[in-house]
Ligand binder design. Sequence first.
Ligand code: GAF
Length: 402
Amino acid sequence: MTAPPVSATTGLPPTAESVIRAFTARHGVAPTVLARAPGRVNLIGEHTDYNDGFVLPAAIDRDTWVAAGPRTDGLVDALALDEEQADDRFPLSAEPPHYPGGGWRDHVRGTLAQLVPSLISIDGMNLVIAGDVPMGAGLSSSASLALALLRAAQKLAGDPELNGKQLARLAQQAENRFVGCQCGIMDQLASAEGRPEHALLIDCRSLDTRAVPLPEGTTLLIAHSRVKRGLVDSAYNERRAQCEQAARALGVPALRDATLDMLNAAQLPDKVFRRARHIITENERVLAATEALRQGDLPRLGELMAASHASMRDDFEITTPAVDQLAAVLQQVAGQDGGARMTGGGFGGCCIALLKKELVPKALEALEAGYRSPEGLPALVYLCEAGPGARADAWTDGTPAR
Ligand code: GAF
């Protein structure tokens, strides 16, 4: 599945056209803002972000879109086209109530709560939301929703100065406070600052980002195992707690500051030792993979991605047998011409292969022959390119006002 084509008349993909149409139908006027933010795929550097370490994601060419317009009664009216046209209405405030059923409404309420009243002044807004970032696949559909909402609200409020890093931090805080996942900053920052044809090396301590060109002639093949990421938040938060325990025991502010020598000299319980070893070695792999990408050294990149997968499987214990099988099939196809590994938080979800474009047909055949989920389903494949980060345009009379 490649990214959807854009319309010849508006230059927009069908999802963007659908939010504009639905907005006009619901509110009787056209939106005044159209915002979009991409999902992300992580090439390497898993669970290193909340250890102040390094990650190497790319924004993908699939987005959450938000059509927005102003209100004057202090309320937010939100319609989610992908949630069977479900809607929500709530007062715009710093402490909106949680929605009893949770889900997408808490993402919207929690994200907008980060902005008001201290950062933007706005009297309410109408929002229509839809996207083509696969949901629940570990491709950060929720970070892309948050960034699209923040960019839309910022534009509606007259563009107060808030840069991508600030917006990413607000989106992360919303997830931590409202949704209950103690996630790091990677997904939000990748969605905020992604760049076409590039991955983004992020230093999660300073939040410095460096765009790293993807080798020419390669593509991003994402294969979904169809294993649902069960108990993701509790297992994720547990891994985070184990990393913090290791950092405390080693006497460092975060595992970013630890070395293998320090770890080997300490007396840590086996599980905590292995969690820390994954983080320390994964940080080294991210920096080495950045160098391999710069040099166009695909065999080295492949080695590093395979080592990352093995470390997630054996030390961090976040893969599943089906995901291991999926990664093995893709690694076999990539050979010396790319690499593959599980991507994202783990416990199911997707594998990423960065490989030469001409290997795509072979990869599709190999997946068909060599992979089935525990329920007997084939992998779902998304062919992606690295895309731009979140942005919003003013929208006048059916065209972007630039
Ligand atoms: C999830 C989290 F949201 C990220 O912050 C990151 O920790 C990732 O899992 C694992 O690398 O996507």
